[in-house]
Design a protein around this ligand. Structure first.
Ligand code: GLY
Length: 450
């Protein structure tokens, strides 16, 4: 089943205009990357841009959550659901319809198009949202509707911007496969999987925390294509689905190894990261010492380090580009044109990093042998400064050994370096760099990087 196509056609049949995914680099100075389907529509929600005709839209938006506040990078590979790059299906109403229709459409799509069994479905609503609680009871028994507070059922794009209470649809993957204490509705276990978030956009939050009502109550929904594909294919991990297995198999071929889930984190990291790298490069972001290009570099370096763990010591990421384009070039046609260019850039960057990785890993291993509890902050800083290992890469390597890095020492050394740089730095002069996601990166990595 082509879920992407089914979704867009379903909402088209309900009068929505189908909008192509907009760029990963948003027209929004507070965000590093587009991190949700609603990002391109933010100004319509707030009323800064007039409502389009028809005022209802649907899209499959490519998103990246890496770097900045929405940073899933460190989890990727170790969980069943985290990705740096993912596709978000969504339907949006700018004051045209609200909760009743949004819930009705979602239920119809989930039960009649996806045909997910109703006895596996649960929903959550915000604890103060009696209206949504009432509406849902037309479709699902009360016992399957859970009420949660702001932490679970209030959605915001970032610290500022449109936001509102939300209602989520969950899929129960079955008690037989799960037995952790966290495997209950609302727990942190994997059994109950959130598949769709319906946000009832009602406010715009400003930087001082003030909530101003939007001109019209609106709808923003987000359903992750990767997880819904996995469910439809009866797989417990997104990485076992047809979106990732062809990439994982390709990595296994290059490494001349057999992929097994339990020991396969590195395969998963690579299969995730190559998608971010290909899309970012194809959209014109390039490897850089700062900003988005630096996040791109960190993603590639993390993948290369995992390749190294699999025994791949030559450039290889560029060899995966064909497979990404084969899997996704049908929908994202620009990938086909950019394929050779993307391969070339990746290969050059791989060569550059591989030249230092061996020396960096030697230093890392030498220090590791001496480490009892905490890995030296000085060496982590040296790895960063001399060998180009971002701190999160070092932390990631240590995590596999159950160790932590002395981040306080690392930060102190970084601050010293920053202070030295500050003597000559007079501000970037770029307001965008001093707000939102960029501020987070600036604080983390210093002006020499941004
Ligand atoms: N914008 C809704 C979501 O990302 O879940």
């Amino acid at each position: 089943m082509d879920i992407r196509k089914e979704y867009l056609e379903f909402f088209k049949s309900k009068g929505h205009e189908v909008i192509a995914s907009s760029a990963l680099v948003p027209d929004d100075a507070t965000l590093l990357f587009t991190n949700a389907g609603m990002v391109p529509f933010k100004s319509i929600f707030t009323g800064d841009v007039p409502r389009p005709t028809p005022p209802i839209r649907t899209s499959c938006q490519t998103c990246i959550r890496a770097g900045g506040k929405h940073n899933d990078l460190d989890n990727v590979g170790y969980t069943a659901r985290h990705h740096t790059f993912f596709e978000m299906l969504g339907n949006f109403s700018f004051g045209e319809y609200f909760k009743t229709e949004a819930i009705a459409y979602a239920w119809e799509f989930v039960t009649e198009v996806l045909k997910l069994p109703k006895d596996r479905l649960y929903v959550t609503v915000h604890e103060n949202d009696d209206e949504a609680y009432e509406i849902w009871q037309k479709y699902i028994q009360k016992e399957r509707i859970y009420k949660f507070g702001d932490k679970d059922n209030f959605w915001a794009m970032g610290d500022t911007g449109p936001c509102g209470p939300c209602s989520e649809i969950f899929y129960d993957q079955g008690a037989e496969h799960f037995n952790s204490d966290e495997d209950y509705m609302g727990g942190d276990g994997d059994r109950f999987l959130e598949i769709w978030n319906l946000v009832f956009m009602q406010f715009e939050r400003s930087s001082d925390g003030t909530m101003t009502p939007l001109p019209k109550p609106s709808i923003d929904t987000g359903m992750g294509l990767e997880r819904v594909t996995a469910i439809k294919e009866g797989k417990f991990s997104n990485y076992d689905s047809s979106l990732f297995m062809p990439l994982i198999n390709e990595v296994a071929k290059i490494a001349n190894l057999t992929y097994e889930y339990e020991s396969g984190a590195s395969f998963r990291v690579i299969s995730d990261h190559i998608r971010s790298v290909v899309f970012l490069l194809a959209q014109g972001v390039n490897f850089d010492k700062e900003g988005r290009g630096y996040v791109l570099r960190r993603i590639l370096r993390r993948a290369l380090r995992h390749g190294y763990l699999l025994g791949i010591k030559e450039p290889f990421m560029y060899k995966l580009v064909d497979k990404v384009v084969e899997l996704m070039g049908g929908h994202y046609e620009y990938l086909n044109e950019k394929k050779e260019y993307v391969k070339e850039l990746i290969k050059l960057e791989e060569e550059r990093f591989l030249a230092t990785i061996a020396a960096g890993l030697d230093l890392f291993n030498e220090e590791l042998a001496k480490t009892k509890d905490i890995f030296s902050g000085e060496i982590a800083f040296k790895l960063y400064d001399t060998y180009g290992f971002p701190l999160d890469l070092t932390a990631d390597m240590l995590r596999e050994k159950g160790l932590n890095v002395d981040a306080a020492k690392f930060d102190a050394l970084m601050n010293e370096q920053k202070a030295r740089a500050k003597a000559s730095w007079k501000g970037s002069g770029d307001a965008a760099k001093e707000s939102g996601d960029f501020k987070v990166l600036l604080e983390k990595f210093g002006e020499n990087e941004f």
